[in-house]
Design a binder for this molecule. Sequence first.
Ligand code: UT7
Length: 323
Amino acid sequence: MLRSVVRGCGSYLPERIVTNAELAQRVDTSDEWIVQRTGIHQRHVAAEGETTSMIGLKAARAALADAGMDASEIDLIVVATATPDHTFPATATQIQAELGITEGAAFDLQAVCSGFVFGLATADKFLRSGAARAALVIGAETFSRILDWEDRATCVLFGDGAGAVVLKAEEGGGTLADRGVLTTHIRSDGRFKNKLYVDGGAGSTKTVGFLRMEGKEVFRHAVVKLAETVQHTFSETGLSGRDIDWFVPHQANRRIIDATADKLGISHDRVVVTVDRHGNTSAASIPLALAEAHRDGRIQPGQLVLIEAMGGGFTWGSALIRW
Ligand code: UT7
C-alpha cells in the first residue's frame, strides 16, 4: 500500500514584524486586549511587492533542501492560499516555474484557514493512487493585503507567511505503524458563508475586498467542529489524545487551541504553538508550525502528529501523520 511520507518541511516569514504596540498606534486597541483574547504578541507582514508566490517559493525551497531532493523530482504542487498573486494563473504555477519544473501539475486550492489540511488530503489521494510520485504541499498567505486596517476586530489577528512539506509516495504495510499520512478528514458547510468572508471578488465586485468576520460566532463553531473532526480520526484509528506525540493545530487564537486540546485530552506540553509570534497566517499556519517543531527537534521520525484547522466557508478538517 502506498503512503505519502513527509520527506521535508520548510517555512518562510517576511522580515518585517508588527507588534501589538505598533497596532495600538493605528487603531483603538491595546497589547493587553490582544494578548488576553488571542495570545498574539506580534505578526510578520510582507514587504511592498513581496507576493504570496515569492514567500511560498522560499518555503518550498527550504522544504526541498530539508528533504535533500531536487525540484525535478516533484510532479505535483498544491498551493493552499486565499491570497493568490493574481486571480489567475494559479500561484502554484508561478512557484512551479521558479523551481524550473516543467512536468506534472500545479494548482491552487481554496479552503482559507483549512487550506493546508485540504491540500494535504488532496496530495495524499494523488500519491496513494499512483497518479503522482512526489508532491509539494504549500500553505502561503499575504493576509495583510485583504485586511481592513481600520477594523480593530480583524486587523490585529492575522499575519503573513508560508510553509511547505515534501511528500513522497512510498510502500507501507497498511497499518498505523506506517510512516506517512495515515488519515485525513475534510468537511465544509457553505451555510456559514457570512460568518467569515471577503467582501469582494473577481466574479462579483471586480475588486479584491476586505476580510469580514463575526469573531464570536467563528470561535464558537471552531471549538465544536475541530473536536468533532478529530474524534473521527480517533474512532477510525482507535487512538486517543494520549497517543498523540504532537498536536499541531491551526493557529488562530490561543484560547481555541487550549480549549480544543482540553476537549481531546491532549496535554498542553504536546501542543505546538506559534500564534504568539505569527498571528493567524491562515493556510500557512500549520506548515509554519510543523517546520518550526521539526527544525528544533521536537517532532522526531516515527512520532504521531495530529493537525487540524477550521476556516471560512466554513471548512474544517484534520489529518494524522506518522512523521
Ligand atoms: O482562522 C479561523 C478564523 N478565525 C478564528 O478562528 C477567530 C475566532 N474568533 C476569535 O478568535 C475571537 O472571537 C476574537 C479574538 C476575534 C474576539 O474575541 P472575543 O473574546 O470573542 O471578543 P468579542 O468579539 O466578543 O469582543 C469583546 C469586546 C467588544 O467590545 P464590547 O462590545 O464588549 O464593548 C469588541 O468591540 O472587545 C472589543 N474589541 C476590541 N477591543 C480592543 C474587538 N476587537 C478589539 C481590539 N481591541 N482589537
